[in-house]
Design a protein around this ligand. Structure first.
Ligand SMILES: [Zn+2]
Ligand SMILES: [Zn+2]
Length: 346
């Protein structure tokens, strides 16, 4: 799908408030002794604790359209039959240590909550797209998956915004991706089966499983790493013309790692070169409007500016602006920070 005019894209279509609230009646975590996260399972216990407290404190919110939307976590799909028994038992055990008996919901209700979080949880991300905590957003949980989605979610603090990244006509279903779109079809499908218990039959999956170019997915993953490096070497240069291999997902990730190394050793020329190579790859995998691409362009522009390469910097910053206005929107707190505003108005 191509756009002739960015204005045609519908802006924000919803705000959702996360289940997360100031901890007051919560005892300290039995494992780390702090009311903060120590690891994934601790985060999980924390989230359940917050939901329990929030549901005690506030009655379920009601909207005119409540027939369509769940109002409590118990109402979400839980796929309980797939849940692992040992995980559930350790969760119940931890919760019993955190809460007084009369506060803790029935075990059956906790089980539903456990399942619901597993298959409806969102990652709350910081502005660099690093996951900071799991969150449950009742309304956003209703959005179905597509490997070629027309919407994306973006965290803004604890709030989650659902934003359209393609033209959406009235009545058309809004979709987001539950998995990393850079993963090849087989991996996406395996992840969707494992965590959400369905087989994706979207257009992209069907097409990639039966590719018309006869090439299919390259199985570089099964090769020894020295062989991978040897194969990839020509494509780590700027002038590579083979787009198929240049966008190969492991190579793109290899470059992302190389970029981090460049920051570490302050090799800025290499940083910019590697970063420029990945721009088209990110566009290829995540589409023309993704937070990943927007932030990457902003980083490139910023670094080029510091290096005094003004003309190139302007090009990337202009592009960053057009992407971020769709993925974040001008009202996002990140877009309002003086640092970002200064760059985007250059
Ligand atoms: Zn802990
Ligand atoms: Zn799919």
């Amino acid at each position: 799908m191509t756009f002739t005019n960015i204005e045609r894209i519908t802006p924000v279509i919803g705000f959702m408030q996360a289940y997360s609230h100031t901890i007051s009646t919560l005892k300290k975590c039995s494992r780390c002794k702090y009311v903060s996260y120590c690891n994934k399972s601790c985060q999980f216990v924390q989230l359940v604790s917050q939901i329990i407290q929030k549901q005690r404190r506030y009655p379920p919110c009601t909207h005119d359209d409540e027939d369509y939307f769940p109002t409590t976590v118990d109402q979400l799909e839980s796929h309980l039959k797939y849940a692992r028994k040992d995980n559930i038992e350790s969760l119940l055990c931890e919760l019993q240590q955190l809460f007084e008996e009369d506060v803790l919901p029935e075990p059956s209700s906790l089980l539903n909550m456990y399942g619901a979080i597993n298959c409806n949880g969102f990652s709350i991300l910081d502005n660099d797209l690093n996951g900071i905590a799991p969150g449950i957003y009742l309304r956003a949980s209703m959005v179905n998956h597509s490997c070629d989605p027309n919407c994306q979610v973006i965290s803004d603090g604890r709030k989650l915004q659902l934003r359209t990244v393609k033209d959406v006509t009235e009545g058309e279903e809004c979709t987001i991706s539950y998995v990393d779109l850079m993963d090849p079809t087989k991996e996406r499908q395996a992840e969707l089966e494992k965590r959400y218990h369905f087989t994706c039959k979207c257009v992209k999956c069907i097409k990639e499983i039966n590719p018309d170019d006869g090439l299919g997915e390259l199985e570089l993953r099964d090769l020894h790493w020295t062989k991978v490096l040897q194969l990839c070497a020509p494509y780590l240069k700027l002038d590579s013309s083979n787009n198929l291999l240049a966008n190969y997902y492991l190579l793109v990730r290899l470059r992302q790692e190389a970029i981090k190394v460049c920051v570490h050793i302050q090799a800025w020329d290499k940083y910019v070169e590697m970063g420029q190579l990945n721009i088209e790859s990110l566009r290829y995998h995540y589409g023309p409007y993704s937070a990943m691409l927007g932030l990457h362009l902003l980083d490139m522009g910023n670094k080029l500016l510091e290096m005094g390469r003004l003309r190139e910097a302007r090009k990337y910053l202009t592009e960053a602006k057009s992407v971020l206005e769709i993925t974040h929107g001008p009202q996002h707190s990140f877009m309002m920070t003086p640092y970002v505003q200064k760059l985007l108005d250059l």
